[in-house]
Design a protein around this ligand. Structure first.
Ligand code: SAH
Ligand code: SF4
Ligand code: F3S
Length: 439
């Protein structure tokens, strides 16, 4: 029998990484082999992201490159799945992109049928969004060679409709996965030797099980089910970040001391235009709660500059909030208008590119200095580090992350990948802690 082989390339967020593993599992059941070598594949899938225009442009470029492989392989099938598939639909068959298959984030179970249609030289498409699909019963096919840390999706979709954001349109309505299937998957990971699990969702704090249990209860159940594993979660929306979750973290020491709390802007007027449903004071109150209940936690964020009508004063409020919080790390972006969002219809993209770039550079420069100071404050402290692999620069050094999710590099000694080791920090840059094993 001629075995078929699939290659999947993933763009975008961690949810997409996990979805690619779900897709690999669905196709494995259909008899597909998974390959990391595109040249071996009879089916190439690009799992795509629509969050910014740049993310989509990268995929268009890639599709033009991949198209050339058809010359060598007449039977090759090319599929676009994920958020761009949902947003652009049959446009992906148009012009000269030549996708054979287009499948949105809720139609991966239908991929086998879509492939059959495409094999019969027809364009195969399913972009139906579901109110219930969570792929709860599908054990993801774990991709890559890191068998230490893994993702488990606990919810899908988003109901927040931040005015700039495409996700509610590409991922559909929010829905939570049942607790039993989450606990089962986490236990399976533990049995396979994994040491860390990250619970994923666009807004994990609004998790709601059918039984009525919320995120705080779920987090505690997970932490207690696998006490030897480190448990993390992302992303938290500040409006739903209650003290209950922080108290669960405080009493379960295997939950990582790390809160990712995207602020987007330090200005209450911008936050209102963004429809974030909190203001600067409320956000700072949540930071205060984290500092009080979890004094050793790191706090990281996402910042979005140059949104519609953002004034210099409003931009300055973002810089001042960054100084006030003292983030350990930030993902920083300039606003990219997304067709179909509320902002694209009602709030013109008024800030010119040069100003956006200048503001973004100011934000990046400030964050670099804050990250460096935050990391240098760790010098002399000892952390438990989960070893993930060799350092890129030096084969006698290992790299891992501490409970605060900071990357730590140290001479390897007797430590092995997958070990938890105590490392004392001796120096630090804005991106990394450097240390030595503390016996
Ligand atoms: N659900 C998460 C974020 C998902 S998208 C949350 O609510 O925080 C990740 C980040 O991309 C966002 O936090 C935001 O900073 C950025 N982003 C979203 N839409 C964007 C847009 N239109 N232009 C630029 N950045 C955007
Ligand atoms: Fe987008 Fe807002 Fe939902 Fe995050 S919470 S995915 S930024 S709409
Ligand atoms: Fe991108 Fe979709 Fe994730 S738009 S950020 S891949 S949810």
């Amino acid at each position: 029998m001629n075995k078929r082989t699939v290659y999947i390339e993933t763009y975008g967020c961690q949810m997409n990484v996990n979805d690619s593993e779900v897709v690999a599992a669905i196709l494995e059941k259909e008899g597909y082999d998974y390959t990391e070598d595109i040249a071996q594949a009879q089916l190439i899938l690009l799992n795509t992201c629509s969050i910014r225009e740049h993310a989509e442009n990268r995929v268009f470029q890639r599709l033009h490159e991949i198209k050339k492989l058809r010359g060598e392989k007449p039977d090759l099938l090319i599929g676009v799945i994920g958020c761009m598939a949902e947003r652009l639909r049959d446009q992906l068959f148009d012009n000269d992109l030549l996708a054979d298959i287009v499948a949105g984030p809720d139609s991966y179970r239908q991929l086998p049928e879509l492939i059959t249609i495409a094999e019969n030289s027809k364009k195969a498409i399913n972009t139906h969004l579901s109110d219930t699909e969570t792929y709860a019963d599908i054990m993801p096919y774990r991709v890559g060679n890191n068998r230490i840390s893994s993702f488990v999706s606990i919810m899908r979709g988003c109901n927040n409709f931040c005015s700039y954001c495409i996700v509610p349109y590409t991922r559909g309505r929010e829905r939570s996965r049942d607790i039993a299937s989450i606990l089962h998957e986490v236990e399976q990971l533990q049995k396979s030797g994994y040491k860390e699990v990250t619970l994923l969702g666009q807004n994990v704090n609004s998790y709601k099980a059918l039984e009525g249990l919320g995120f705080a209860e779920l987090l505690e159940r997970v932490a207690q089910t696998v006490p030897d594993m480190r448990v993390r979660f992302t992303t938290s929306h500040p409006k739903d970040m209650g003290d209950d979750v922080l108290h669960v973290m405080a009493r379960n020491t295997n939950i990582g001391r790390w809160v990712h709390l995207p602020v987007q802007s330090g200005s209450s007027t911008v936050l209102e235009r963004m429809n974030r449903k909190y203001n600067r004071e409320y956000y700072l109150n949540r930071v205060e709660a984290i500092r009080t209940i979890l004094p050793d936690a790191s706090i990281t964020t996402d910042i979005l500059c140059g949104f519609s009508n953002e004034s210099e004063e409003e931009h300055a409020e973002t810089l001042s909030l960054m100084r006030e919080v003292g983030y350990d790390l930030a993902y920083m972006f300039k606003y990219s208008e997304r067709p179909g969002t509320l902002a694209s219809k009602k709030m013109p993209d008024t800030i010119d590119e040069e100003t956006k770039i200048r503001r973004l550079n100011e934000i990046i420069a400030l964050q670099n200095s804050i990250s460096k100071a935050q990391n240098q404050a760790d010098i002399g402290k000892t952390f438990e580090v989960l070893v993930e692999g060799r350092s890129k620069k030096n084969e006698n050094e290992l790299k891992g992350r501490n409970s605060q999710n900071k990357t730590v590099i140290f001479p390897k000694g007797d430590a092995k990948v997958g070990d938890f080791v105590k490392v004392c920090v001796t120096s630090a840059t804005s991106a990394t802690l450097i240390g030595k094993i503390d016996n």
